[in-house]
Design a protein around this ligand. Structure first.
Ligand code: ADP
Length: 498
């Protein structure tokens, strides 16, 4: 199949979050399966042009009000993709829209005032790019609100006649974060050049505002998100960010596919950040990593005491209020009442950073580093016995998957992708790969950490078995990519394309 990924981010070129990793990793895996995969992203100022090839001739893109936008197009092969079937990346270079620092905003302007226009133009330019390179995709796969208008153009501007070059193209739209929707004043809509009928038909209208994500959700042939359980949760009022009604309306076309993890980087058998590699067959390296971790954080070196690790953004989404909130958070009593060591690496909200620093100065078994460190995050995953993740919501979550393949049992709230990846400990049978709780409150966290620590001291054999079960799980991108291929094929079939 010919697959075109439309995204505002793709590593290593432009990244603010997990979206960038997913788009590149999925594309590489699909290309390995033999598909012809290409990615299109804007050419931001930060993307160095010296490694890119400029395609001949400028490209014109017709927008509303008779405006023609002119841009250059650059291309490069995706690093890490196979030489014989590389993923080609195209960069739309439009000086006024993208020739500035920042992807969505800058320190002085957190959301650029012309974001609606910038990304509407980008979505329209995608089709001009295909014409320019004379390559028409079977599948147009767009991601998050900046790419949400691409399926709208496909449905309402391109696939409208039987003669269209895109008559056999289907669209898939993936939600990575429902919290960001691209909501702007509807005065911006004329620029799309789609006419006001489409404003309502395509689902742009949102309480008299322009909602780009909502239009994508209405218009794409199929939609999905990054875990099956999160797909269900987003259809509820609690997790739907006001779009649960739209998602319920589209539920026949809405599914969840779990993200994979990069097993070249996150793999205890070849991790360059840990003292010694290890695997199910030889776990000695894990004991060494625990020692190194205790040393790194200045904790007493002991194999007997359980180490609980955390690597997290310090924001409300991650349940840090319930854990570190002054007076009510449970971290204090967890460390005071239980024989364990707690280590944390994280950065984020200032109040939380301060609270953590204060707690760590008063508790001898709690150590924290405020900041971001790739190396230390690997050591924590490898050297801890348990990994704590009391998230409020979690579309997919990566850390619990890293923990599992490192034999570090997750202690998680049962939400989003955590439900799809962690299996709760069953005391009767010894089954499971982690410890889970339902309600997000300080005492649930306290009790569940207590349960894990109890199992550590009283059910060590079960813990060892759970570790091996966890490490044997398959979270590779290969298996996720196969599910996307199924989704693409199903969509083509549903549209009557063989
Ligand atoms: P989210 O994307 O919501 O932050 P995920 O669990 O999906 O949560 O992914 C978080 C990623 O960011 C993981 O790879 C994690 O290791 C990394 N990370 C978060 N905070 C830090 C930090 N302070 N230092 C190093 N890595 C971090």
């Amino acid at each position: 199949m010919k697959i075109l990924m439309v995204s505002s981010e793709a590593v290593p070129f432009a990244k603010t979050g997990g979206l960038a990793d997913m788009v590149s990793a999925l594309s590489i895996s699909l290309a390995k399966l033999g598909h012809d995969v290409r990615i299109v992203i804007p050419r931001y100022y930060s993307v160095d042009r010296s490694g890119l090839t400029l395609l001949p001739d400028a490209m014109g893109t017709p927008m509303g009000g008779g405006i023609e936008e002119w841009s250059a197009v650059y291309t490069a092969d995706m690093p890490g993709s196979a030489k014989k079937n590389p993923v080609k990346v195209y960069f739309i270079d439009h000086e006024i829209f993208f020739g500035r620092d920042g992807i969505y905003g800058s320190p002085v302007e957190t959301d650029f005032i012309d974001n609606s226009r910038r990304f509407t133009f980008f979505c329209r330019a995608v089709f001009q790019l295909c014409r320019k390179i004379k390559w028409y995709p079977d599948v147009l796969h767009s991601h998050d609100w900046p790419a949400a208008v691409a399926p709208v153009y496909l449905k309402f501007a391109e696939r409208v006649s039987g003669k269209s070059e895109f008559k056999n193209t289907v669209s898939i739209f993936t939600i990575h974060n429902l919290g960001y929707q691209g909501i702007y004043h509807k005065d911006n809509y004329d620029y799309a050049g789609l006419g006001w009928g489409v404003f309502y038909k395509a689902g742009f209208e949102d309480w008299s505002m322009l909602n780009m994500l909502k239009a994508g959700l209405y218009s794409a042939d199929k939609i999905n998100t990054v875990s099956p359980n999160y797909a269900e949760e987003t259809k509820t009022n609690e997790h739907g960010f006001r779009l649960d009604g739209v998602l319920r309306y589209r539920s026949a076309d809405y599914s969840g596919i779990l993200n994979g993890i990069d097993t070249d980087v996150w793999n205890p058998a070849k991790d360059k950040y840990i003292p010694e590699p290890y695997s199910i067959k030889n776990m000695e390296g894990k004991a060494k990593a625990k020692e190194a971790l205790q040393k790194e954080f200045g904790l007493p070196r002991s194999a007997d005491v359980p180490v609980i690790g955390m690597v997290t953004r310090l924001t409300d989404q991650k349940g840090v209020g319930e854990l570190f909130g002054p007076t009510y958070g449970s971290a204090w009593s967890i460390c005071r009442d239980m024989d364990l060591q707690l280590v944390l690496l994280g950065s984020g909200e200032r109040w939380c950073e301060n609270e953590i620093t204060g707690l760590a100065s008063r508790l001898s078994n709690f150590k924290a580093k405020i900041g971001y460190s790739e190396k230390l995050s690997h050591l924590i995953e490898a050297g801890s016995d348990f990994f704590l993740m009391p998230s409020r919501y979690e579309p997919c979550g990566l850390n619990q998957m890293y923990s599992l393949v490192y034999g570090t049992l997750p202690i998680v709230r049962s939400t989003g992708g955590l439900v799809d990846t962690v299996e709760n400990f069953n005391e009767m049978t010894g089954a499971g790969t982690g410890f889970m709780f339902e309600q997000l409150n300080p005492s649930s966290i306290f009790n569940t950490v207590g349960w894990a620590v109890w199992a550590w001291y009283n059910r060590r054999q079960d813990i060892e078995k759970m570790r091996k079960r966890a490490m044997a799980q398959d979270f590779t991108w290969e298996s996720s990519a196969l599910k996307y291929v199924e989704l693409y094929e199903e969509t083509r079939l549903a549209q009557g394309i063989k």
